[in-house]
Design a protein. Structure first.
Length: 237
């Protein structure tokens, strides 16, 4: 695959999806930088995991490490202050009257991508990469393809420069995501994802499951575990 000469900025939380997106971008673009957000998330431990994941990617995949540029972390604690969700407060995870789970943080991806585009503009990056997905997800409206296509247009117009928004996981199931990381980096990348990334909404990293660390019962853990089992089943079918 020919290397795209552009610089990409990956929205990188330290979770499985954003790690696969980071590997996907490193395989394609000449330079890749990462961006994380501290928004008062309940599972703030992901911010520690993201640095370990970056370091392990660079160590285990030197050809990617040569393309991996700076990391950025933005303080968006105001988002946590105005949100009343199970991701920003110690409360039970449940469905709301509108059919969305209370893990939905209104405006989160809209704000994330707005700030990412601002940073990208200053860093001479023209590609934003995010792990949004509307196949295996919780119905979040800011993860839908139509939302992100509209946002790409708005960001490009507002900055008066082309801004490409790439969402390589948009139409993949979680099993497909495990398959994609296997395709990108083989067993080593999937082992790295299982050991070092963080997905659990409750921020638990004590127990190590075949698919990674986590409580094992929150929606994020359940989705990751089910996808891992389905992916393994493909190989034995």
């Amino acid at each position: 695959m020919a290397t795209d000469p552009r610089t990409a900025l990956v929205l990188f939380s330290g979770g499985q999806d954003s790690t696969v997106c980071l590997a996907w971008a490193l395989e394609r673009f000449a330079r890749v930088e990462t961006l994380g957000f501290d928004y008062g998330q309940r599972h703030r431990i992901e911010l520690d995991c993201r640095l370990t994941v970056r370091a392990e990617l660079a160590r285990q995949f030197p050809h990617w490490g040569a393309r991996l540029g700076e990391d950025h972390l933005l303080d968006l604690s105001l988002l946590g202050q105005i949100s009343d969700t199970a991701l920003t407060a110690d409360r039970a995870i449940e469905l709301q009257a509108n059919g969305l789970p209370n893990t939905f943080v209104p405006g989160r991806n809209l704000l994330f991508l707005g700030f990412a585009a601002t940073l990208a503009y200053r860093r001479s990056a023209s590609v934003l990469v995010g792990g949004m997905c509307e196949t295996d997800y919780s119905g979040y409206p800011d993860c839908r393809d139509n939302t992100l296509k509209a946002l790409q247009v708005a960001l490009s117009l507002g900055l008066d420069t082309p801004m490409t928004l790439e969402t390589p996981l948009m139409f993949l199931t979680k099993a497909d995501t495990w398959a994609l990381s296997q395709q990108l980096g083989g067993d080593a990348l999937n082992a790295l994802i299982a050991e070092h990334t963080h997905t659990c909404y409750l921020g638990e990293r004590g127990q190590r499951h075949p698919w990674g660390h986590g409580c094992g019962h929150c929606p994020a853990c359940a989705l990751r575990a089910r996808g891992h089992a389905e992916w393994l089943a493909r190989g034995t079918a």
